[in-house]
Design a protein. Structure first.
Length: 369
């Protein structure tokens, strides 16, 4: 049995990039740029992958319980797009649901600031949603479900948490929270989830682990810029940017674009070959990332993101004398094929520290592993 306490380290948000700005100005920009029209009543936004676990169908169905003038803006793409478009057509909501498609990350603050409410109706596999934090940083109330970090993060004055797969409850939550104080929501995010706050938490935790002030940290993350400035890659990059003000930070990632080695915004990136395919990419990254890590000078801490990064952390630390960390990035890190959790358990027995993005994930790690 593994007797290891999982420390909770939340995701962060760039509160300089995502901040409240004039709503009417952003709506005019969106109307001109995207040729869309806003509701005079309520405008709802969801940002994320259009896939079954996100529960978007229930958000669409919730519109029947809201004012006929209410509009829903869906930002993102994914395998469920066609079926969702079919649902919208069958329910006569084509004038009320706008599929925006993929939007560049740097444009998201403009879109979020044009809206009234952010809704995340996840039904499974949700972790600590970056999109949720970004919306809150712009002052938007958030309606979500108990899946992932929602119940832990969303307080009464910030938004609402409703049961999964229930369009009526979603609608009730949207109505109840649509007029919450955006300034309070923004202040809550700045105090608890800005990258400056999360960075200090990480640096202090790693310094305690090492018994001294940390001088060199290496993150092992399959995805990183310029391939993915969102999700896991964005979290690593933004956290590394802040940590680079305190110590030397490197990242071992897969090379999908860019140079094999470069310094980006104060972070040294080491990129290894990328192989297509869900399983293949992760195993090849673990192998080549380990070889790259062994070729580098010793780090104080090697932080592996999920199992593929965790393998690198354990193997490199064992040979280099570094402290090893494994970071579970949401419940999905312990869901899926049994072989993944066999690897997770092997890593968890050997790392010096394990972290999770939220208490729910930490509890799941302790229960499953």
């Amino acid at each position: 049995m593994i007797n290891k306490k999982i420390k909770v380290v939340p995701n962060g948000v760039n509160t300089d990039q995502f901040e409240p700005i004039n709503k009417e100005k952003q709506r005019k920009w969106m109307e001109n740029y995207f040729c869309v029209e806003f509701s005079s009543d309520l405008n709802i936004i969801n940002v994320g992958r259009l896939s079954p676990e996100k529960g978007i169908q229930y958000l669409i169905k919730s519109l029947k319980y809201l004012s006929p003038a209410t509009k829903l803006f869906l930002v993102g793409d994914g395998p469920e797009k066609n079926s969702l478009e079919g649902l919208v057509t069958r329910t006569g909501l084509k004038n009320r649901v706008i599929f925006m498609g993929k939007i560049a990350h740097e444009k998201l603050p403009k879109l979020l600031n044009a809206m009234d409410v952010f809704v995340l109706p996840a039904i499974s596999m949700e972790g600590f949603s970056n999109s949720m934090l970004e919306a809150m940083a712009c002052g938007l109330p958030v309606i979500t479900t108990p899946i992932g970090a929602g119940a832990e993060v969303i307080k009464e004055e910030i938004g609402g948490v409703v049961e999964t797969k229930n369009p009526k409850k979603l609608a009730d939550g949207i109505i109840k929270c649509s007029n919450l104080d955006g300034k309070k929501i923004r202040a809550y995010v700045e105090e608890n989830f800005s990258f400056s706050v999360v960075t200090n938490l990480v640096y202090d935790l790693y310094s305690q682990l090492c018994g001294k002030e940390v001088e060199r940290i290496c993150f092992c993350s399959l995805f990183a810029p310029p391939y993915q400035l969102s999700g896991a890659g964005m979290q690593v990059h933004e956290l590394s940017k802040e940590l680079s003000k305190l110590c030397d930070v490197s990242v071992i990632s897969a090379r999908i674009e860019g140079e094999k080695e470069e310094i980006m915004e104060g972070i040294r990136y080491y990129r290894v070959k990328y192989v297509k395919g869900e399983a293949s990419s992760r195993f090849v990254y673990s192998l080549l990332g380990t070889l790259k890590g062994l070729s580098l000078d010793k780090f104080d801490v090697v932080d592996g993101r999920n199992w593929e990064g965790g393998l690198i952390s354990v193997l490199v630390s064992k040979h280099k004398g570094s402290k090893s960390v494994m970071s579970f990035r949401g419940e999905g890190a312990v869901e899926g094929p049994w072989v993944k959790n066999r690897i997770n358990k092997w890593i968890l027995k050997r790392v010096d520290l394990a972290t999770a993005t939220d208490r729910r994930t930490a509890e799941k790690v302790e229960k499953v592993l």
